[in-house]
Design a protein around this ligand. Structure first.
Ligand code: SAH
Length: 384
């Protein structure tokens, strides 16, 4: 492994709380993350060393900032940990640098076009957040401007100016969020320029990504993670594979060439639409996606006595459910590949799987979130 410039530092680190850059070297961080995984799951299986990054900076392909005012000056930044005070961030060591530059420009444009910033307390004003997403290999860039209402004064001039200053932007979307909520994105997307989505290439496949679809924030490490998932699935070409919590279908599609058939299950409708388009774009005819709650769909499959050979699951931080595990046991796959972004719920779920007759074979961390406390683990299980 290559790695770090241990003395890189950030002036916002104490207040921002999004990362812990400077507190320890990257090597120490990887060792600590491995120990953390061990604390939770060593009792189930051996834990291999973390797969770290060669250059663990500016890896985030999705950058978010909230707009606010400090002493009447418009700023973009992040909330101070545990508060709603905005810390203006100008350059961030883990975020994509082009995205940071675009956020800076948009902040300036908001000032010069005199667009009102949304005020959480009064519910008045327009501009709430900005989200920039980048396809790291295609270099396509999406800017999502989150507004409190549908109107957007000087919209055409604003967009023209932004495109002139950043010709690298490939699409601009207005997202309308009129709820008093901590969620960044609202339900409605209005493309203002371009297709309304970006594409990226991972493991040789092309994926389209809509504003609200989940996509791994670290594209370099996502490929490392997916390759490990394929290895652990040990496919021969004959298997029926279930990709549960599949997002835009990345893992299932990477496996499709080595399987007989893949079924992806995902709750977010936008992500399912992306997944279907992605299957078509990559000429994969042996994969299908269903928009459903993973537990409900698996339970239905088990009630219909359907079978699968391999189940991959990649649930959100809250983990899976006892009913999901029960349904998997009834569907009786030989192997399970569990990808988790929370070792605590992984531990709980491995216990459910143990009771259902599955043993963990080995686990390893893949560092998707350098300099933060987030830990990603991939764990293989087999039917005892
Ligand atoms: N495997 C994908 C996505 C993982 S993130 C990838 O690597 O890109 C977890 C996904 O689970 C998200 O897309 C989220 O929308 C979805 N999700 C959350 N709760 C769900 C549920 N109850 N049923 C199905 N999908 C769910």
């Amino acid at each position: 492994m290559g790695i770090t410039e241990a003395n890189k530092s950030c002036p916002y680190v104490k207040k921002c709380g999004a990362c812990h850059i400077g507190d320890r070297t990257y090597e120490e961080e990887l060792a600590e993350k491995k120990r953390q995984i061990e604390r939770y799951i060593k009792k189930y299986c051996p834990v291999k060393d973390m797969a770290g990054m060669y250059y663990p900076y500016h890896y985030r392909n999705k950058v978010h900032a909230v707009f606010g005012r400090i002493k009447n000056e418009v700023v973009a930044g992040t909330y101070e940990e545990g508060t709603h005070n905005i810390i203006p961030i100008k350059d961030c060591l883990i975020e994509d640098a082009q995205a940071s530059a675009i956020i800076k420009t948009v902040t300036e444009l908001i000032k010069s076009f005199k667009i009102w910033i949304y005020n959480e307390d009064t519910g008045r004003g327009l501009m709430r957040h900005i989200l920039v997403r980048k396809g790291m290999s295609t270099k396509q860039i999406m800017v999502v401007l989150v507004t409190a209402g549908a109107e957007f004064p000087h919209k055409n001039n604003f967009i023209a100016k932004l495109r002139e200053l950043h010709p690298e932007i490939t699409t601009i979307v207005q997202n309308i969020n009129d709820e008093n909520t901590t969620m960044v994105l609202g339900e409605r997307d209005k493309p203002l320029y371009g297709t309304g989505y970006i594409e990226d290439v991972l493991c040789g496949l092309r994926f389209r990504i809509s504003p609200s679809s989940f996509y791994q924030v670290n594209s370099v490490q996502a490929q490392v993670l997916y390759k490990k998932a394929v290895q652990k699935a040990a496919l021969t070409g004959e298997e029926t594979v279930i990709d549960a919590y599949c997002g835009i279908g990345t893992i299932g599609m990477v496996m499709a060439a080595k399987a007989r058939r893949v079924i992806g299950i995902e709750l977010n409708q936008h992500a399912v639409r992306d997944a279907n388009a992605n299957a078509k774009r990559n000429n994969l005819s042996n994969i299908q996606f269903v928009a459903a709650d993973a537990t409900e769909y698996m339970t239905r499959m088990s009630e219909n006595a359907e079978r699968a050979d391999v189940v991959v699951l990649d649930p959100p931080r809250s983990g899976s459910t006892p009913e999901f595990v029960k349904a998997v046991a009834a569907i009786a796959p030989k192997r399970i590949v569990y990808i988790s972004c929370n070792p605590e719920t992984l531990e709980r779920d491995l216990e459910w799987f143990r009771k259902a007759g599955y043993r963990a074979a080995e686990a390893e961390g893949v560092d998707m979130f350098a300099f933060t406390n987030h830990v990603e683990v991939i764990c293989s299980l087999y039917r005892a």
